[in-house]
Design a protein around this ligand. Structure first.
Ligand code: C5P
Length: 402
């Protein structure tokens, strides 16, 4: 049954791809669940499905033209983009994704995406090579950083005869993602909680121009900070030098050295949860040279090192100021579980997220395969995108703090 005045509304942008026919089934599922659907059909989309079908299923007018006088008189394009609770793009073509990532606004669909102040959910669909092209992957990263949500694409045989990722997610999966995105406050179990996250490498100077650092990309820590913020937490992200944008809703404090990172963490307390993902240098140069070292006759300089503070262990032992839940990370190359369990005890944390960094594509890559080790059990999580590991960890943190 459909409601006459739906309490939840979706602006559904249908792009031009063979998979556009699935947008019709999606519209039917949404209307059946009482969700209002206002469709925008792009010119390319209209090559694949008709405005008549879409309008009949949505029980609403279909908008297509940025410069339509009649449409503008009824509802201006800015209002159109804001009159919904969620903007859904299905199928999100490579072209629509690129336009949204770069803020182009040459037609109604891209203008609506630029003008909206509502969450955006994209269901990409395109040829496998277009999906895997670095330009598309860059655009996806930009949109994720801007806070866009994604469902799919699926992997499988394509209308173009190729096989791989790029198929539009099935309508029931898109429907579920829409309902989750519409849930609102119920989906914010960490509201009122403060999360402290460290991420990235540290940089320990040798002289004014040189220093010692490591290859940590910061991606897993940034993904966790973003996931915690999406669940409603106030997040302080203490970050070493990385080339990443700050996730939406996250307060970022930039530091270089381990000692600065410790000071920034202590200044951020109290926190309900501390997630220590940073790859902190174990050692720093004892005395940093005040001027640039020169290649002189005396041969290479002798550098002496001193141990850095252990930020995780220090905060785990900070008595009444200790976060209720302290989570460390362990990158191991062998005997992952045994080493990580020993680290849990040594550092005094509640959970260790352990990963085997010999697995291809984990260090600096997009995926992670982790173990969650607590005092009384070990869970082995299946290999997944770092974003997905971050989401699952944030959910577990929410359960633990509730
Ligand atoms: O001892 P190890 O470096 O393997 O421990 C890794 C865990 O400890 C990570 O959670 C890391 O962020 C944290 N750590 C820290 N301060 C250090 C060294 C590691 O917080 N000086």
């Amino acid at each position: 049954m459909t409601d006459s005045t739906p309490s939840r509304r979706v602006l559904l942008i249908v792009g031009g791809g063979v998979a556009a026919y699935k947008a019709l089934e999606l519209t039917r599922l949404l209307r059946k669940a009482g969700v209002g659907v206002r469709p925008i059909l792009t010119k390319a989309g209209a090559e694949f499905v008709t405005a008549l079908s879409l309008s009949a299923l949505a029980e609403d007018k279909v908008y297509s033209d940025l410069f339509s006088l009649t449409d503008e008189a009824e509802m201006g394009h800015i209002e159109l983009s804001r009159s919904a609770d969620l903007v859904v793009v299905a199928p999100a073509t490579a072209d629509l994704i690129a336009k949204a990532a770069h803020g182009l606004a040459g037609d109604l669909a891209s203008t609506a995406l630029l003008a909206t102040d509502k969450p955006v959910l994209m269901a990409p669909a395109m040829n496998v090579r277009m999906w895997l092209h670095p330009a598309t992957q860059r655009n996806i990263e930009i949109l994720k950083t801007d806070g866009a949500l994604f469902v799919g694409p699926d992997e499988g045989a394509m209308a173009c005869g190729e096989f791989g990722p790029g198929r539009l997610a099935e309508p029931p999966a898109i429907f579920e993602a829409i309902m989750a995105a519409l849930e609102g406050p119920a989906a914010k179990p960490l509201a009122g909680k403060h999360a402290l996250v460290t991420a990235g490498p540290t940089f320990e100077p040798i002289d004014p121009v040189r220093g010692i650092t490591n290859r940590s990309s910061g991606r897993q820590g940034y993904a966790i900070a973003g996931a915690l913020a999406r669940l409603g937490a106030r997040v302080t992200l203490v970050s070493g030098p990385v080339a990443l944008a700050t996730p939406p809703g996250v307060d970022r404090v930039d530091v270089e050295t381990a000692r600065d990172m410790l000071a920034a963490c202590q200044a951020a307390l109290p926190a309900d949860v501390g997630v220590f993902v940073a790859a902190v240098a174990d050692w720093r140069i004892d005395e940093v040279f005040g001027t640039k070292l020169k290649k002189e006759k005396g041969g290479p300089p002798a550098l002496t090192f001193v141990e850095n503070p252990d930020i995780l262990a220090t905060l785990a032992a900070s008595g009444p100021r200790r976060p209720k839940l302290v989570i460390g990370f362990a990158a191991e190359t062998n005997d992952v579980e045994a080493h990580a369990r020993a680290k849990l005890a040594r550092k005094g944390c509640d959970w260790i997220i352990a990963n085997d960094v010999t697995e291809p594509g984990v260090m600096g890559g997009d995926e992670n395969a982790v173990l969650l080790i607590s005092r009384d059990k070990t869970e082995r999580w299946t290999r997944a995108a770092k974003d997905s590991v971050a989401h699952d960890l944030a959910q577990r943190i929410a359960e633990s703090l509730s």
